[in-house]
Design a protein. Structure first.
Length: 251
């Protein structure tokens, strides 16, 4: 009689184990298909990123909002603007009036038209290093950190390879600021590409195989108005500081 009871208990335990193993396999299969339990699976731009199935965290990431990418872009370029002003203070001699000085538009389209083109080269190198180093180490620049954005591989959802970051930096900002005339066109096309791509990618994202995602905590509202206002304050404050430095130098 006791043996009968023991056999029944063992059979019940084995059945329960088999059931749990079956449920675990079903969940694992759903995860590898990019479906998270309890969250509807769809393919809209704000939905779970397709193909990001290497980590549980990747399954909860969503593509970054255009306004957040633009705000992060403003913050990063403002930081570079201040850095460029400091580089100009160190490398550029006191301004002297010249009759053959090119116009502003010419200098903008061709940074080598001005006699101070070595300064433009230094500015280009600093800008490329700013983006490449931060993206290679953390996947985030200072602007992206402020808005909780991150660059990831579009295929895996993991940190991009150094090669991808290098290609990304080559298209933006290196070619955009270093190539005369065509660089300005490339810079504009690269920035506007985000409005036509369903995953809100710039041209440099598509070429490098990356995408920018929002890494806010799952289930919380993505960084929004408060973050934008913070960035706006930073932009205005730094612009005022830059205008003050420029005024003092011109005096």
């Amino acid at each position: 009689m006791l043996d009968h009871v023991d056999d029944g208990v063992v059979a019940q335990v084995q059945a329960e184990s088999a059931k749990q193993e079956s449920v675990g396999q079903a969940r694992q299969l759903a995860f590898h298909k990019g479906i998270k339990p309890g969250i509807p699976h769809n393919r809209t731009a704000g939905a779970t990123l397709a193909g990001m199935t290497t980590t549980p965290q990747a399954a909860t990431w969503t593509t970054a909002a255009r306004r957040h990418r633009f705000a992060a872009f403003l913050v990063d370029n403002l930081i570079l603007l201040v850095a460029n002003a400091l580089i100009g203070l160190m490398l550029k001699p006191p301004a002297q009036p010249r009759a053959d000085e090119p116009g502003y538009l010419t200098t903008l389209l061709n940074p080598y038209a001005d006699a101070d083109w070595p300064l433009q080269v230094a500015i280009t190198v600093v800008g490329a290093a700013y983006f490449w180093v931060q993206h290679a180490l953390w996947g985030q620049t200072l602007g992206k950190r402020l808005y909780r954005l991150k660059v990831v591989s579009a295929a895996t959802g993991a940190m991009p390879a150094r090669r991808q970051i290098g290609i990304r930096t080559l298209v933006h900002p290196l070619l955009g600021s270093a190539v005369p005339y065509l660089g300005s066109v490339l810079y504009l096309v690269d920035a506007l590409w985000i409005f036509g791509d369903p995953r809100r990618r710039c041209l440099h994202d598509i070429v490098a195989g990356t995408v920018v995602v929002d890494v806010s905590a799952p289930g919380t509202k993505a960084s929004g108005t408060s973050g934008f206002l913070t960035g706006l304050v930073v932009v205005l404050a730094a612009s005022a500081a830059f205008a003050l430095i420029t005024t003092l130098l011109a005096a």
